[in-house]
Write a protein that binds this ligand. Structure first.
Ligand SMILES: [Zn+2]
Length: 338
C-alpha cells in the first residue's frame, strides 16, 4: 500500500471559481446568522453553522471542478469562514452606527443656526461618538453642537468643549470594539439569568467563534480535495465502498502490516471470525468510477456496535494495486476459518 497523494491539479480557472464561491458563501452565511442573531445567539453553534455552510459550498465546488489541491481548498474555505465572521460582526457595527445616526440627526435638527452647520456633520459625529465610546465617554448635545459648527464653546461652569476630528474608518471601529468588550458578554443557560464573563471573556469568545468558523469551513472543504482521484480517467473514485470485515479488533495491527506489505497471504492468516457485537476491523475498498485498472483506495476501519449505535473510525488508508486488491477481496469473501 502506498499513500494517496493528491496531484494538486484542477480544471482550468477553478481556483477563482472556488475562492469566489467561498467568499460569497461567507457573506451569505454571515448575513443569515446576523439576522437570526437579532433574536438568539448560540455560542459556538452559530459559528460552526457558518463554517459548515462555507465548507459545504467549497466542497461542492471542489468536487464539481475536480480540484485535487487540498491546500488551495483549505485556504479558500478558511477565507470564506473568516468573511462570514467579519460579515456578522460588521453588520452589528453598521446597525450600531445607524442607531447613533438617528440620535445625532435629532440633535442636529434641534440646533438653532441651521445655516452654520458644516457639511458631513452627521457622519463625523457618528464616528466621534464611537471613538468616545471606546474611551468610556458620552457624546452630549453640546459635543454635537461644537462639532456641527466647528467652534469651541466654554460653558458657564468653565468646562470647554472643542471640536474633534476623527481620521479614517478604523478609529470608530476600534472604539466600537473596545466598547463592546468593556460591556462584556452575558451568557445564560437555557434563557435563564446569565452571568457576565467580562471583557477578556468577551474577546476570548470572539476569538473562539472566529477559529471555529474558519477551521470548520477549512477542514470540511479540504476533505473533498483529499478524496482519491483517477488522473488517467479524470474522475473521482466511486463514493460507494465495499466494506469487508476481517478480524476482531485485536488483530488490527497484523491486518495493517499485511496490507502495507501488500501481503495477501499474511492477511488471510490474520483473518478470524468476528462477533458483530464486539469491535472488529474491516477493509473499505473504493475503485475509480470509470475504470477497473486503477489502484484501489483501501482504508482500515475499526467498527464497533454498542446497542443501536455503530461507530466507525478510519485509520490507515492508501492505494493498493488493482490485482492485489482483487485477491484481497477474494480471500475476504470466503468464510473465515475459526
Ligand atoms: Zn480510472
Amino acid at each position: 500500500m502506498k499513500p494517496y497523494v493528491p496531484s494538486g491539479k484542477s480544471d482550468e480557472g477553478s481556483a477563482l471559481v472556488l475562492i469566489g464561491a467561498a467568499l460569497l458563501a461567507g457573506l451569505a452565511m454571515g448575513g443569515l446568522v446576523n439576522v437570526i442573531g437579532q433574536f438568539i445567539r448560540l455560542l459556538l453553534v452559530f459559528p460552526a453553522g457558518m463554517g459548515l455552510g462555507v465548507g459545504l459550498v467549497a466542497s461542492r465546488i471542489c468536487a464539481a471542478r475536480r480540484i485535487r489541491a487540498p491546500g488551495l481548498v483549505f485556504f479558500a474555505a478558511l477565507a470564506g469562514g473568516l468573511l462570514s465572521w467579519c460579515t456578522d460582526f460588521g453588520l452589528d457595527y453598521l446597525r450600531a452606527r445607524h442607531g447613533i445616526r438617528v440620535q445625532i440627526e435629532e440633535v442636529v435638527a434641534g440646533l438653532q443656526d441651521q445655516q452654520g452647520i458644516l457639511d458631513g456633520t452627521i457622519e463625523r459625529c457618528v464616528d466621534l461618538t464611537l471613538v468616545r465610546w471606546g474611551r468610556g465617554q458620552e457624546m452630549g448635545t453640546i459635543d454635537v453642537a461644537v462639532n456641527a459648527y466647528g467652534e469651541t464653546f466654554t460653558a458657564e461652569d468653565g468646562v470647554t468643549y472643542a471640536p474633534e476630528e476623527v481620521k479614517g474608518f478604523l478609529p470608530p471601529l476600534v472604539g466600537y470594539t473596545q466598547h463592546l468588550a468593556a460591556q462584556g458578554m452575558t451568557i445564560s443557560n437555557h434563557g435563564g439569568k446569565g452571568s457576565n464573563i467580562g471583557a477578556i471573556g468577551a474577546v476570548a469568545v470572539w476569538v473562539l467563534d472566529l477559529l471555529v468558523a474558519t477551521l470548520v469551513a477549512a477542514f470540511i472543504g479540504r476533505e473533498q480535495a483529499r478524496q482519491p482521484f483517477c488522473e488517467r480517467c479524470g474522475a473521482w473514485y466511486d463514493k460507494k465502498e465495499t466494506l469487508l470485515p476481517v478480524a476482531p479488533a485485536g488483530a488490527s495491527k497484523a491486518v495493517i502490516e499485511a496490507l502495507q506489505r501488500g501481503d495477501v497471504e499474511a492477511l488471510a492468516r490474520a483473518r478470524a471470525p468476528i462477533d458483530p457485537r464486539k469491535a472488529f476491523v474491516a477493509l473499505s475498498i473504493r475503485a475509480c468510477a470509470k475504470c477497473t485498472s486503477a489502484p484501489r483506495f483501501v482504508s482500515v476501519a475499526a467498527i464497533h456496535t454498542a446497542g443501536h449505535k455503530t461507530t466507525r473510525k478510519d485509520g490507515v488508508r492508501g492505494l493498493v494495486e488493482a490485482s492485489v486488491a482483487e485477491s484481497l477481496v477474494k480471500v475476504l469473501a470466503e468464510p473465515a476459518k475459526g
